[in-house]
Design a protein around this ligand. Structure first.
Ligand SMILES: NC(=O)c1ccc[n+]([C@@H]2O[C@H](COP(=O)([O-])OP(=O)(O)OC[C@H]3O[C@@H](n4cnc5c(N)ncnc54)[C@H](O)[C@@H]3O)[C@@H](O)[C@H]2O)c1
Length: 253
């Protein structure tokens, strides 16, 4: 199967690290023009440096997805620069301190909801408006296996990713007749800074994570981005509203 994004406009949030950075590099190799954003400008600059492409093919902007004015400014800037938005990957997200629910912090709950749920909602709102206007589009939300099943010690994160899947399915139904496909991807633990920070150099923690996955290992960002590329490509023309697990078998049973 030949997946190409030749001259497609692909917008990626959270592009300064992990999945977002790998997606930027891989979509660029497949011919895409990029609108990249992240709240962390240093990480974003590093992604742009690694891309090493003609500046005309990549617009990068600092953006906190929990802030409506930042999101509108980012999406509008991409449309003004490139004229349209073909693919939007709502990838930015945060984890929180692991704790049982009674010991969890309200501040962390609120922040997790503000970024993972409100941030994804704000992005989708402006993306859908543009895609409905232009008559086509693809949205991919990065949820998690924690959006499909419970995840002990990660209550707010789990609730937030279930909510992302709810937004995905609802929007998919609302926009199915307008040539807009909307799916979610549900990765299990992969080696990105988010998970490596949770592991924090502790071998036992990494072993426990690997043991939870039937394949017996963590995933790589490339394995997740391969799934993203297929879901966002023209090869996937009849799948919408799905929350697809890329999880080494974790949610199988
Ligand atoms: N790594 C995993 O194992 C895993 C598994 C399931 C789901 N996910 C999800 O994948 C997505 C990417 O995570 P990652 O593992 O690459 O983590 P990461 O921490 O490496 O990257 C996340 C990026 O999002 C950015 N970000 C954080 N808050 C933001 C905000 N308010 N506005 C804009 N950008 C913001 C960060 O600065 C960072 O660059 C997240 O939504 C995460 O929940 C990750």
């Amino acid at each position: 199967m030949d997946i190409t994004f030749a001259d497609k406009i692909v917008q990626i949030t959270g592009a300064g690290s992990g999945f977002g950075r790998t997606a930027a590099l891989e979509f660029s190799k497949a011919g895409a023009k990029l609108v990249l954003s992240d709240v962390n400008s240093t990480g974003l600059e590093e992604t742009v440096r690694q891309l090493n492409i003609d500046p005309d093919r990549c617009l990068s902007l600092t953006c906190d997805i929990s802030k409506p004015e930042d999101v509108s400014r980012m999406i509008q800037a991409g449309i003004e620069h490139f004229g349209q938005l073909d693919v939007a990957i709502n990838n930015a997200g945060i984890a929180h301190t692991m704790a049982r629910m009674a010991e969890s912090s309200l501040e962390e709950f609120d922040r997790t909801m503000a970024v993972n749920v409100k941030g994804t909602f704000l992005c989708m709102k402006d993306e859908l408006q543009q895609m409905a206007h232009q008559g086509h589009g693809v949205i991919l939300n990065v949820a998690s296996v924690a959006g499909l099943i419970g995840a002990p010690l990660a209550g707010a994160y789990t609730a937030s990713k279930h909510a992302v899947i709810g937004l995905t399915k609802t929007a998919a139904l609302e926009y199915a007749r307008q040539n807009i496909r909307i799916n979610a991807i549900c990765p299990a633990f992969c080696h990105t800074p988010m998970v490596d920070n949770l592991i924090d150099g502790k071998e036992k923690r990494e072993r426990d994570m690997s043991m939870a996955i039937p394949m017996g290992r963590l995933g790589s960002p490339e394995e997740i981005v391969n799934g993203m590329m297929w879901l966002c490509s023209d090869q996937n023309s009849f799948t919408t509203g799905q929350a697809l697990a890329f999880d080494g078998g974790l949610t199988t049973g």
